[in-house]
Design a protein around this ligand. Structure first.
Ligand code: HEC
Length: 156
């Protein structure tokens, strides 16, 4: 048995409790995931969303993009240190949204179970997970708003 598993499960439960229990408290009261770039000022006021996005990442993205955001050499592009995310933030929204609507082959190498998992993400979850990606592993790019995801999905 993997000796890390109980620890990871406990941390996950603690995080989930934190996210739920703090729903009515200011964002700044929420503990940030350790991957978040400490000196990134853009995080301020968005702590709860970034923490929620971290959970989405763990459930839907980590298997390909990795806990460190480095992806897989030759097949999955790195999200950590990506200049593309900074220069073209809507590309990131597109990468996840188009996967859901099959408008683009961006995530085409995915297996069916992965597609199903991403397909169930709401616009809020997509905005949250991208906000996490934008501010984790040294990244410090603009937070993604739910309205941006909704507008993109609607073709705006
Ligand atoms: C099954 C593996 C897999 C999963 C799961 C996955 N991705 Fe990807 N992702 C990829 C691959 C492969 C690409 C590159 C696709 C291409 O360039 O055509 C990519 C590209 C991206 C890009 C664009 C990066 C760039 O530099 O162009 C972003 C952003 C992204 N993924 C975010 C996510 C997020 C957020 C999740 C979870 C909600 C996720 N991905 C889940 C494999 C995956």
């Amino acid at each position: 048995m993997n000796p890390w598993k109980p620890a990871v499960t406990a941390a996950c439960a603690a995080l989930a409790l934190t996210a739920c229990g703090n729903a009515s408290r200011p964002d700044s009261a929420v503990a940030l995931p350790p991957q978040v770039t400490p000196q990134c000022a853009l995080v301020a006021g968005h702590e709860a969303r970034i923490a929620a996005g971290h959970e989405v990442y763990r459930g839907s993205c980590i298997r390909c993009h990795g806990a460190d955001g480095r992806g897989m050499a030759g097949s999955v592009p790195p999200l950590a240190g990506s200049t593309r995310l900074a220069e073209r933030p809507m590309l990131a929204v597109n990468a996840v949204v188009t996967n859901q609507t099959s408008l683009s082959p961006v995530h085409r190498m995915q297996h069916d179970d992965t597609l199903a998992a991403l397909g169930s993400l709401t616009d809020t979850e997509i905005a949250d997970v991208l906000s996490y990606v934008m501010t984790a592993w040294g990244n410090c790019h603009a937070i993604v708003e739910k309205e941006q995801v909704s507008a993109h999905r609607a073709g705006a």
